[in-house]
Design a binder for this molecule. Structure first.
Ligand SMILES: Nc1ncnc2c1ncn2[C@@H]1O[C@H](COP(=O)(O)OP(=O)(O)O)[C@@H](O)[C@H]1O
Ligand SMILES: [Mg+2]
Length: 329
């Protein structure tokens, strides 16, 4: 098996000569069976990467490989093992849900009986059996998105590319999709998920690559990205002012920066590197000197903070999708 499920090496995609640098040298590696989130604002280059990985677009330069196969030279073989579902559900309005999945199955050159069997399994899995005989034009946004995902599953793909699969959906429908995606990953599927939503990357991704204006600007686990930004602090409050001096002494060794005492004279703040471990260390040190804090908490930067710090832009809010839909017209 190839070392990585898919990878890009210094890949560039220019449009209009070199006027538009949609991608400007992006290197990505995805581990087998994991979720890689590509996080970035509108226009960052997410769809461009997805289209290249799924053989729909050739890079200007650099290489793109899926399961060790080159997406240009071995496009046909790559297509056999991938599934693609997009932000704009690519389903036929006038066909029924069932017909849509079956049609997509035929594109994989599967025997008719096999397509039938898989279609029923997928309909059930995506909770679409009841609506299966209805034309898609009667479907809600969430149902279309599920159907689009379903159509991408009919070839039993080892690798799934999901381009903003939950953009514009209401919170409940997003959660439903998250569960479906998580189940697929639990069964061994490798997933590339593009998203503008911090919480989505946080929830689903093992590894997060942040891109902006065609460039990779950070990557790591959600924890690593938060740590990189710094700013984890453990905060605890004491009952007695007489304990403060000793408590400060006890926790001083845990951090390069000095712990500080709040205006109230009772609350102590300790900057720490690794939040959850830092929290445990503080408890341990206080325990040694027999001080038990009245309250104790850990503050971490959110992925939103990370995103803002890296791109200078606020992340898209996941709420009020209905309002956004109206605004888009
Ligand atoms: N066919 C095209 N011709 C010219 N520019 C394009 C084309 N497709 C995409 N772009 C530009 O490339 C950049 C990246 O686009 P895209 O990959 O769609 O970003 P994202 O999916 O992150 O929103 C954007 O600036 C976009 O306008
Ligand atoms: Mg896009």
């Amino acid at each position: 098996m190839s070392k990585y499920a898919f990878e890009t090496k210094n890949v560039k995609k220019y449009y209009n000569g070199d006027k538009v640098k949609a991608l400007d040298g992006v290197t990505l590696k995805a581990e087998h069976g994991k979720v890689l989130a590509l996080l970035g604002p509108n226009g960052a280059g997410k769809t461009t990467i997805v289209r290249m990985l799924s053989t729909l677009l050739a890079p200007t330069s650099g290489t793109v490989k899926v399961m060790g196969m080159d997406v240009v030279a071995e496009a046909h073989d790559v297509r056999e093992i991938i599934g693609l579902a997009g932000q704009y559900a690519a389903v036929d309005e006038f066909l029924t849900g069932r017909e849509n999945i079956q049609m997509s199955g035929r594109l994989y050159h599967l025997p008719k009986a096999e397509v039938k069997k898989r279609t029923e399994t997928i309909l059930a899995r995506l909770n679409l059996t009841e609506a299966a005989d209805r034309q898609v034009k009667t479907y809600s946004g969430g149902m279309r998105r599920r159907l689009d995902l379903g159509a991408s599953l009919v070839g039993n793909p080892k690798i799934l590319f999901l381009d903003e699969p939950t953009t514009g959906l209401d919170p409940r429908t997003r959660q439903e999709l998250w569960h479906i995606i998580q189940d697929l990953v639990d069964e061994g599927t490798t997933v590339l998920l593009t998203t503008q939503y911090m919480d989505e990357a946080d929830e689903l991704a093992d590894h997060i690559a942040v891109i902006d204006r065609g460039k990779l600007i950070a990557e790591g686990t959600s924890d690593e990205l938060k740590t990189h930004l710094g700013g984890d602090v453990v905060e605890f409050a004491l009952d007695k002012e007489s304990d403060v001096k000793e408590a400060l002494k006890a926790v001083a060794k845990l951090s390069k920066q000095k712990p500080t005492v709040d205006e109230d004279g009772l609350t102590i703040t300790v900057p720490v590197k690794n939040g959850s471990k830092g929290l445990l260390n503080v408890v341990e040190e206080l325990n040694k000197v027999k001080i038990s804090p009245a309250s104790l908490s850990l503050h971490r930067p959110s992925l939103d903070d990370v995103f803002l710090a890296l791109t200078g832009k606020k992340a898209v809010s996941a709420v009020k999708p209905e309002e956004k839909k109206k605004g888009r017209k």
